[in-house]
Design a protein around this ligand. Structure first.
Ligand code: FES
Length: 98
């Protein structure tokens, strides 16, 4: 199991390389079964991402882009698609993000 967003990466200490599957360029609509809601766009394989002002984001093997409009870290998904305001406060407190 890997973190779909790419924020978490496992590294092989012996080789200094990440345990990272190389994805073909693709875009996946994520349905969050666990939370019973629609999730982000899973953009894989180094697909270029351009902001509305024309600047480019770092090209990565995998990122998740918000498609619900609730993220506080757009264009990236921050999990807000499944959290109400109380859950978000608890999540932030749990992970020291206050
Ligand atoms: S899709 Fe996850 S915060 Fe919008």
């Amino acid at each position: 199991m890997i973190c779909p967003s790419g924020r978490l990466v496992l590294w092989d200490k012996k080789t200094g390389k990440p345990f990272e599957k190389e994805f073909e360029p693709s875009i996946v609509l994520v349905h969050d079964k666990q939370k019973s809601c629609e999730g982000p766009l899973w953009v894989r394989g180094g697909v270029p991402i351009e902001s509305a002002d024309g600047s480019m984001y770092e090209s990565r093997n995998r990122v998740t882009l918000c498609r619900c409009g609730k993220s506080e870290n757009k264009p990236y998904c921050d999990g807000s698609h499944w959290m109400n305001s109380q859950q978000k406060l608890e999540f932030r407190k749990k992970w020291g993000l206050e």
